[in-house]
Design a protein around this ligand. Sequence first.
Ligand code: ZN
Ligand code: ZN
Length: 606
Amino acid sequence: MSAAQSSDQPSQNIYLPKTSESEQLKKIRHTTSHVMAMAVQKLFPGTQVTIGPWIESGFYYDFDSPTPFTEQDLKAIKKEMVKIIKRKLPVIREEVSRAEAQQRIEALQEPYKLEILADLKEPITLYHLGDEWWDLCAGPHVESTAELNPKAIELESVAGAYWRGDETKAQLQRIYGTAWETPEQLAEHKRRKEEALRRDHRKLGKELGLFIFSDLVGPGLPLWTPKGTVLRSQLEDFLKQEQIKRGYLGVTTPHIARVDLFKTSGHWQKYQEDMFPLMSENDADRNSEQGFVMKPMNCPFHIQIYKSELRSYRDLPMRLAEFGTVYRYEQSGELGGLTRVRGFTVDDSHLFVTPDQLDDEFLKVVDLILSVFDKLQLQNFKARLSFRDPASDKYIGSDTAWEKAENAIRRAVEALGMEHFEGIGEAAFYGPKLDFIFQDVLDREWQLGTVQVDYNLPERFDLEFMGEDGNRQRPIMIHRAPFGSLERLIGILIEQYAGVFPLWLAPEQLRLLTVGDDHMPFAHKVAADLQAAGVRVMVDQSGDRLGKKIRNAEKAKIPVMSVIGDQEVEANSLNIRTRAAGELGVISVTEVVERVKGAIANYGDF
Ligand SMILES: [Zn+2]
Ligand SMILES: [Zn+2]
């Protein structure tokens, strides 16, 4: 296992919440959410408020209202909010006893508040806007609505939500809004939102024909088209080559296994919620060792290969690698695009090392990850030391094992002088991780590659090697996945590149556009030559006019295109235009082949 997606954390989120938002912004957003709730209750009597937190770049409130809110309603609510803000209402904190709070809620006739109250500890805090509206809340807020700038606030959308996120409970209306200190910040937020929409990998994936979803196949199970499959195999081949240079050995393992395998590893005990249910030939086998499960991680399989022979210290380090497809039973409500899926392929590897080899091998893995990021032009990232939360019982293994593993990771980042921070409670259930958090062009953070040090699974599977002294010793495992998963990486790359892939990754590298049908035979001959040289080339056979062919090639974000007319046919050359450099003029076919090959070899442009 290992991987962005493979820890036991809910880390498949679209992106990680930012921790850098200022305290003042949190206060502004939270107060604005109350102002919105007050406006809603004024305009729509009988509406009940539930919760209204600040969130990354905004806030929301969940309402139980008799009818759904419309766009028109949002406008009216915003207008009412401006009125409230302009009245410069003080935001007043009040502490009351549980009994007092209960009495006041009963007077309001808002039963949701009673449920919220039941979870609160005394003293109960209420926040008032002036003397006409209040809600149960812990704060923090600004001191007066005068601190809010109506020109820096916007109501953005309405969505359905369930009370307590539970589909069996009441359906609520969630209004999302955003609030900033200045109108300029709001404008920048809107620009980024538009840019995020333009780069959205779900939208681009469809437009560029990379992957599809089918209702019959099911949610969270992407189907890769021929073009998307080129992307996947380019990435796989690239990493496989890097791994061969570094002494990795490829293995292939099945997608299902006896549940007993995962009882031994501890997955069944600690990870069962994320696993697809047990399958078996007859009911009697359910819950017995005879039942089978889909694999949620690859580690136990690689461990079996390690264990199939008695290994000697001379065999170590042993680095087993596989693009292993794993299955996680994600809630269907959480699925969307490639960032949270139910089946995904981890660029997985497990290194079995002696204690003496641990530090060196760990550094080599980090070096591999950094060189992968470099080739993919992912420059902006930081390292998170994902350690266990000592207070939680979701981990396996002894304190000593955890300490040793966490210290090994600390030593590595210190040796590398890497900028890093600690994430307590972010570890996998069997060991701590070093996670690489990538910051994209829109300042959003994504969890990419990961390395883990593991003393626990070798213990549980009783792994050994014959030491130099003739005694049996325990190896240490390193789990690592530079990409995290192919699905997640491709989702991130689509957004980072805005669909414009570098030449070596582009599913279609070069497109030939003929002026007229007369030029088709030449185009096909050139295409055959390019194809023979390994270039992914297409001839536009649409019969469209040239202008439309050019526009289509631009829309498809083809890195190199070539228009073919009489001149090109006569000169046996191509008129080349690239996305990266524009018009390059007439170049001989032989030179085009050489330049494409050179660019691919250097991970560069034509
Ligand atoms: Zn693993
Ligand atoms: Zn509040």
